[in-house]
Structures are given as structure tokens and as C-alpha cells.
Design a protein around this ligand. Structure first.
Ligand code: FE2
Ligand code: FE2
Length: 487
């Protein structure tokens, strides 16, 4: 069995795993041979693709992390906000995962489609239970993590669907409303005797960041309960790897990279370490491209996450990238179909995002101020041609820019610069009434004092240098759009 991207499905392919629809009907059952109408349906509804069985891939086994029935009951229980059923599903989830030979979330049709509110909560629970198990939590606590994960976004039912489903960027007022959903969820569970206090706390705190920049209470580090740390990290992972009306899906390897860059800023280090053990960067059944240009499919895990066992499409040769000497210098450069889905000009999937594209036609201006030329060029390269990027190499030039051109849409500011450093420059701009200016600081060092100063300067974010392109790109999107913070 292997996973085939929606754009590459053709009539005659045989389905290897049942496809659950938005409302759970109609489903495409395992063993069904696809026709064009079914493929059109999958494209129209934003599916990433489907598992198919063929002779090339019949020996690839995809471990079923949780039973189909558990997922379906989870979607029902969450959509009805039925806490009794949620608790039952939670214990099924824990049972399914604890009986696995290897705790590994190999199924990536978990995040099949766009209408994901209820599905998302079930995915988050699957990841959260896997992580909690890997971290060695006792069984009663894993059960509580499962309940909290299934309940984490219940409070969204109290929020206007026009705001929740808005395709364009949220206004500040709308984002303030979204930020109430953890508290609403907490209130919904408050007098429910079936739910323990740590579960309610986790629901309340699932958007808190390690550095205190999250919501609703701005808690930091140890103040944030462990359950909430786990749910927060896997929540963001699920949002990154899902296709949303406003963004393409990240591949698992890119999303894991994002999580790593967010350690101690957004996420707990131990939680991210456990995630990397239970979520494969290259799950079996996924297509990959090698650095020598060859296409292959992943057939099994090895001891190294980034070097799985693969099978070449050209001649069917099976290669363990950990062992095979002839392939010692060859590595995976691209995960299957993800590149095509993200902002390419052609392809069926991109058309789904057409409306969004129109809203973005007017390019936003980002001013990048950094005295290090290499770092300036790296930032420019990471952000690509989606934005109008202006580069300056000192704080005085930046102040001058504001005098002549006014405020850009976003200022990315290096802190450590001669003459006028980044922090002083932003403080001067704030004095000049650039109150609503969006600022992201770049810093080589995230000491407590620097973080406190960034917050006093009302920066949106700070990013450690040298910045990983995936992380930087997503944090910039977030500064404009709050995408991941909506989830
Ligand atoms: Fe949430
Ligand atoms: Fe969520």
C-alpha cells in the first residue's frame, strides 16, 4: 500500500484504506476501484490523496495507529460535544495505541480533508496519546491527555462561524474573539463531574507558549501544565500538516523542523523530542525524491528518522538508506507531493486556493534590517517572492526609511547592530507613534533579558539566528495572519 497524491490518482487504482467523508457518508471503501467521479470528489473536497494498493507496493505495510472505528466514534463524540462518549473514545484510543508494536503515527490520511474541525480534535488526540505514552506517563494520565485533546477546541462552538471559517486574515478584533475559545471550553467543562481538573486546565492552556507569548493567560515554562504543553505542540503540528483554505500542507519532515526551531520559544523541549520519536519524518508509503534525482517510495522505518528503507520506482530495487554503502552520500531532498501543493502555478490542488491568491495579489512590504550581509540575504531568500522585501544594514537607515516611506507591513529587525541597535531603533519608532507596527526581532541569543525587552517593545515574535527558512516563513505568515494561532 502506498499514498498517492490526489493530483496523481487515476481511474482504475484500487483503494487500500477506507476514505472517511466529511459527514462520514458517502465513504469510499477499501478495495473499491477508483473512477473519475470519485477522484473529482476527492479533489473538490480538498483531500491530500489516498492509500492505494498495487503490485509495486503490496509488501508495504502501513501500521494502523488507531482503528477506523475509534476515529469515527471520535468524530461523532466531538461533533456532538458529548463528554460521556468522548471519555469512552479516549479509552479506546489509549487501548489502540498501547497495543501497537511500535508507537508511530504512520497513517497520514489522518488529515485528509479541509473541513477539519472535528477531525482535527481526533488527530490531536492520536498524536497527544502517542507522545504521552512515549514520555512514559502513567496510564491514568494518558487517558486524561486523551480526553483533554478531544475536548481542546470545544469552546470554538461558542464562536461565530463567520470568524472561525474566514478565509482572509483576521482583524485584531476578530483574533481577540478567537482567543476566547480556550476559556469557553474550560467553562463548558467546569461543572461536569466526569472531567478532572487537570483536563480542564489543559483545555484552558493549550495555546500558551513556553516564552509567555501565548494566550489566554500568557503563562510561561513550568507554569504551563504538561498536558497543555503536549496538546499545544501536536495541535500546531496538525495545523501545519493540514491543508487549510489559506495554506498548503507542510510535509511531516518540514513540520517537525518547525517544531524543533520553536523549542523553548513556543514548545517544550521534551515534548518535541518525544514527537520526533513517534511521528515519522518519512512514513512508509510516502513518495520521496532522492538527491540523485531518483523517485522512490518509503517502505519501512530504520533506526534513523531521516534515512528510511526505500524502493526505487525505476527498477524496484530496495535500499536501506542507513546501511547501503553505495547510497551513503545520497539523501532525501523532497517528500513526495508536498512541493506541488504549496503555491505552484499549476496543478489541481492549487486551484482550490484561488480566492485566497486574489486577496494576496497586493504584495506586502517587509523591511529587513540586518548588518550582516549573509544573514540579510538568507532572510530574503527564505521569504521568496511572496513579499516585497527591502533590505537595510543599519538602524539609522531604518529610521530614515520610515521618514521617507512610512511604515512597512512588517519590520524584521536584527538586535545586535553597531551605532543604533535593533532594540533602540524599534523603541525610537514606538516613540514616534508607530504604535501598530508589526515587528519580529532576530537574535543570536535568547536570554531572559532579551526576551523581556522584545516583549516590552511589543514585538510580535523573535527568531533565533541563523533562522531556519521553514520556521521563518511560517512565523512571518503568522505575524500577518495568525494562521496557526487560530487552531
Ligand atoms: Fe485551540
Ligand atoms: Fe486545535
Amino acid at each position: 500500500m502506498r499514498f498517492v497524491a490526489v493530483g496523481e490518482l487515476t481511474p482504475g487504482m484500487r483503494i487500500g484504506r477506507k476514505i472517511i467523508d466529511k459527514r462520514r457518508t458517502p465513504m469510499i471503501e477499501k478495495g473499491i476501484v477508483l473512477n473519475q467521479k470519485m477522484i473529482d470528489h476527492l479533489v473538490k473536497n480538498g483531500y491530500l490523496g489516498a492509500y492505494i494498493v498495487d503490485r509495486f507496493s503490496d509488501e508495504i505495510e502501513i501500521q494502523e495507529t488507531v482503528k477506523e472505528k475509534t476515529i469515527e466514534s471520535g468524530i461523532d463524540a466531538v461533533s456532538e460535544a458529548n463528554v460521556g462518549s468522548i471519555i469512552e473514545v479516549a479509552s479506546d484510543l489509549v487501548k489502540d495505541i498501547s497495543s501497537l508494536k511500535r508507537i508511530s503515527v504512520d497513517m497520514f490520511d489522518l488529515r485528509s480533508f479541509d473541513d477539519y474541525t472535528y477531525h482535527h480534535s481526533v488527530n490531536v488526540a492520536v498524536y497527544a496519546v502517542s507522545v504521552a505514552t512515549k514520555m512514559g506517563l502513567p496510564e491514568e494520565q494518558i487517558q486524561e491527555v486523551a480526553v483533554a485533546a478531544l475536548c481542546h477546541d470545544l469552546g470554538k462552538s461558542k464562536i461565530d462561524t463567520n470568524i472561525l471559517n474566514k478565509r482572509a486574515s483576521l482583524t485584531d478584533e476578530e483574533f481577540e474573539i478567537i482567543k476566547k475559545h480556550p476559556r469557553y471550553g474550560y467553562d463548558m467543562l467546569y461543572d461536569n463531574f466526569m472531567v478532572s481538573s487537570p483536563v480542564r486546565q489543559a483545555v484552558m492552556c493549550h495555546h500558551e507558549n513556553e516564552n509567555g507569548s501565548g494566550y489566554p493567560n500568557g503563562m510561561a515554562g513550568d507554569e504551563i501544565p504538561l498536558y497543555a504543553k503536549i496538546i499545544h505542540a501536536v495541535d500546531v503540528y496538525d495545523a501545519l500538516t493540514s491543508r487549510r483554505p489559506y495554506k498548503g500542507p507542510y510535509s511531516p519532515v518540514d513540520a517537525l523542523e518547525y517544531m524543533t526551531c520553536g523549542i523553548d520559544i513556543l514548545f517544550d523541549a521534551k515534548v518535541v523530542a518525544a514527537m520526533k520519536e513517534v511521528i515519522p519524518a518519512y512514513p512508509p508509503g510516502m513518495d520521496v525524491t532522492l538527491s540523485n534525482g531518483e523517485k522512490a517510495v518509503v517502505i519501512a522505518h530504520t533506526s534513523q528518522a531521516l534515512r528510511p528503507k526505500i524502493k526505487l520506482y525505476s527498477d524496484g530495487l530496495e535500499i536501506d538508506l542507513c546501511e547501503e554503502k553505495a547510497f551513503a552520500n545520497i539523501f532525501i531532498v523532497d517528500s513526495g507531493f508536498y512541493k506541488d501543493q504549496e503555491g505552484g502555478e499549476d496543478g489541481k490542488v492549487e486551484k482550490l486556493n484561488d480566492d485566497r491568491g486574489k486577496e494576496r495579489e497586493a504584495l506586502k512590504t517587509i523591511l529587513v534590517v540586518d548588518d550582516n550581509k549573509t544573514s540579510l540575504l538568507q532572510t530574503k531568500a527564505a521569504l521568496g517572492n511572496k513579499y516585497n522585501i527591502v533590505g537595510l544594514d543599519n538602524g539609522l537607515a531604518c529610521l530614515n526609511y520610515f521618514k521617507v516611506k512610512g511604515a512597512p507591513d512588517l519590520l524584521i529587525m536584527d538586535i545586535d547592530m553597531p551605532i543604533l541597535n535593533g532594540m533602540e531603533t524599534v523603541e525610537k519608532l514606538r516613540e514616534k507613534n508607530y504604535d501598530k507596527l508589526n515587528v519580529i526581532f532576530l537574535t543570536a541569543l535568547a536570554s531572559k533579558e532579551i526576551v523581556a525587552r522584545c516583549r516590552r517593545a511589543r514585538a510580535k515574535d523573535y527568531i533565533l539566528k541563523p533562522a531556519n527558512p521553514i520556521y521563518l516563513k511560517e512565523r512571518v505568515e503568522l505575524a500577518f495572519d495568525k494562521t496557526l494561532n487560530r487552531e
